[in-house]
Design a protein around this ligand. Structure first.
Ligand code: FNR
Length: 344
């Protein structure tokens, strides 16, 4: 049976009240070096929950200080951060909306001068070059433990689950992408191992109900690679797959010429044909018709509405009620400072 926006469904025992998800979107400058939640974060997430989203996935929240993208990014690396995070989960739950948190380490893309990477890969960006510090076994174990500790804090702060940040060029993605990861040990031969060991560690310490999903690159570098990773993670017990872009500049996007949405949405649909866990699709859906069209043309379970929800926090309620949702006009203001009222 075809899926519709207003369906509810379950991931483990978490009831997702409709098929519209707010994907993770960092709010730089709303915290400081402490990474502690501010009032602005609480009101931001409360507004989107009140605005009818079926599920919110909180922005990339850092598991270590050195793995940050900026020195003003939310953190989950220390127990002192739990109380602030709990303010967000309480505000969102009070509006009847579940919330997962995306847990993140940027690897070579991070702010650290000597940034960790699975290999001594050289990243070329905007005319600059940076070579990663190849992770030794003890670095791998330490960062895996930091992910596991972050998931424990997420549980203690009241989140319904975690989303591992496995795409957009960051650390997990660097392990998965064969053009970055040339290791000759088991983390090179089995590119999912870094992630599956973290999954095992998390499962050992959280209750059965706690959800554990991943945001995964569709083209890593090809769709066939993305599908292989998706299947391996499903076999290892991942609860959902949120499909976005993989390692920037190393991807080989593909879609049929007549598919009317983004290549990455096509890819999510192809993955869904090969797995049975819920699959989320994202990118470029602006109005309710786009979201309905994606559900009609693919069998994905959830549509992520990012920037358009920044423009209108009640996007989901408006879409479900058949009202004008407003939409993101691709002005990119939000990429630097999330102030929806500044959008064109
Ligand atoms: C993002 N995106 C993003 N993705 C992610 O996995 N973790 C993150 O923290 C962020 N942060 C972020 C901040 C801002 C300001 C933007 C605009 C985007 C990507 C985001 O989740 C989504 O995939 C894209 O915005 C594409 O979807 P839309 O906006 O076209 O619906």
């Amino acid at each position: 049976m075809k899926k519709v926006l207003q369906d509810h469904f379950f991931i483990r025992n978490t009831r997702i009240r409709n098929r519209i998800c707010v994907p993770p979107m960092v709010c730089y400058h709303w915290t400081d070096d402490s990474g502690i939640v501010s009032d602005r974060h609480v009101e931001h997430y409360r507004a989107m929950a009140r605005g009818g989203a079926g599920l919110i996935i909180q922005e990339a929240t850092c598991i270590t200080q050195e793995g940050r993208l900026a020195d003003s990014q939310l953190g989950i690396w220390d127990d002192s951060q739990i109380a602030g995070l709990r303010r967000i989960t309480e505000a969102v739950h009070a509006e009847g909306c579940p919330i997962f948190v995306q847990i993140h380490h940027a690897g070579i893309v991070g702010i650290a001068e000597h940034a960790l990477c699975p290999d001594a890969y050289t990243l070329r960006q905007g005319g600059t070059e940076k070579t990663g510090v190849k992770m030794q076994q003890e670095d791998i174990a330490r960062i895996q433990q930091a992910f596991i500790d972050a998931a424990r804090r997420a549980y203690e702060a009241g989140y319904d689950g975690v989303e591992l940040h496995g795409c957009h060029s960051y650390l997990m993605c660097q392990f998965l992408n064969s053009r970055v990861n040339h290791r000759d040990d088991r983390y090179g031969k089995n590119p999912e191992l870094f992630i599956t060991e973290i999954m095992d560690g998390i499962r050992n310490i959280v209750p059965e109900d706690f959800v554990m999903g991943i945001r995964l690159g569709a083209f890593e570098p090809t769709l066939a690679d993305g599908i292989r990773h998706a299947k391996a993670l499903e076999a290892h017990g991942i609860d959902f797959l949120d499909i976005s872009y993989g390692f920037t500049g190393e991807a080989e996007p593909e879609k049929p010429a007549d598919f009317p949405y983004k290549d990455v949405i096509y890819a999510a649909g192809e993955m869904k044909r090969q797995v049975s866990v819920p699959v989320f699709a994202v990118n470029g859906m602006r109005v309710a018709e786009d979201a309905r069209g994606v559900l009609a043309q693919t069998d994905v379970d959830m549509v992520d509405i990012g920037r358009s929800t920044l423009v209108n926090p009640a996007w989901a309620a408006d879409a479900l009620a058949g009202r004008d949702t407003g939409k993101c006009l691709d002005c990119s203001v939000c990429r630097w400072r999330i102030d929806a009222d500044q959008c064109a």
